[in-house]
Design a protein. Structure first.
Length: 144
């Protein structure tokens, strides 16, 4: 398993950062995301607990379920399906806290790729790419 842990300060208030990161249907606007869709509404509607989203990053397609939804504070999810590679996901979490400069965001995710023989190597490589992708999304938030 690999854990990605990205911490960034975003020059927006927590409520605005949360609204952008919880807008599952529009993740395609973020760097590196090629497509996104809200497959099932959660509680509270539309993006809360139980929501299912599909996110495509190049050829990788992830289906994620929202497991925690605390506006302006915390959003958690887990990958429940993936293709063409199986992702074993312990969970991901985005935590927000107000700071004088805007919002401190901590985005963590723990996973591995299920691939015989080379899975450990490809997991390590994927972790570096996802780390960069999470950071790019957070750095792009003020544009939206």
């Amino acid at each position: 398993m690999r854990t990605i842990d990205v911490i960034e300060t975003v020059a927006l208030p927590p409520a605005q950062v949360f609204a952008l990161l919880a807008d599952h249907a529009n993740y395609h606007r973020f760097p590196g995301i090629t497509a996104s869709a809200l497959l099932k509404e959660g509680e509270p509607a539309p993006n809360g607990v139980g929501a299912l989203r599909r996110i495509s990053v190049g050829e990788m397609v992830l289906q994620e379920e929202i497991t925690a939804f605390e506006p302006s504070q915390r959003l958690a999810y887990r990958i429940v399906a993936s293709k063409p590679v199986t992702v074993i996901h312990e969970g991901g979490e985005i935590e927000l806290s107000a700071v004088p400069e805007g919002t401190r965001v901590r985005w963590r995710s723990t996973f591995k790729l299920k691939i015989p023989l080379v899975g450990w190597f490809l997991t390590r490589r994927a972790a570096r790419r996802f780390h960069g992708g999470f950071r790019a999304i957070l750095q792009a938030l003020p544009k939206y």
